[in-house]
Design a protein. Structure first.
Length: 142
């Protein structure tokens, strides 16, 4: 998202574009999948005075604006990524921590079955599957 379109979106909601908001969004876009702590580290490289509370508040605002979304890939902090990306299922390696993505259509049969049998609608964009990646399984990263 360009700086001008971000500014327009914020203004349309009665908000203003601040350097911190711009830096947080830029960090999420550049990092791909990032925890608030990782965003904080990236932002502090440019603006040392930005604290972690500002990062959390800004991520919440950006999510309400539909610019970023989050998922829980571990027991720790949520992981944020750009909302404009296609929905995807996260594959998280328990050994090395690598995060990969797969097409959510692979889970469509399961989601359809849960909807038909239980009336449960799966939010596929928030699904994370944990296991061991091929590199670790082959012993390459151990």
């Amino acid at each position: 998202m360009s700086e001008s379109s971000l500014a327009e979106l914020l203004r349309s909601r009665g908000l203003r574009l601040t350097a911190q908001r711009q830096l947080v969004l830029q960090a999420v876009l550049e990092l791909g999948h990032a925890t608030p702590e990782q965003v904080h580290t990236a932002v502090r490289e440019v603006a040392a005075g930005v604290n972690i509370t500002t990062i959390y508040r800004t991520l919440e605002l950006l999510e309400r604006l539909g610019l970023v979304t989050h998922t829980h890939l571990s027991h720790g902090s949520p992981t944020y990524h750009a909302a404009g990306e296609h929905q995807h299922v996260h594959l998280v390696c328990r050994e090395c921590g690598a995060i990969d993505e797969i097409d959510p259509e692979l889970l469509r049969p399961l989601a359809d079955q849960l909807a038909a049998q239980r009336g449960f609608q799966v939010d596929i964009g928030h699904v994370a599957l944990f296991g061991v990646c091929g590199h670790c399984e082959d012993g390459e990263r151990k």
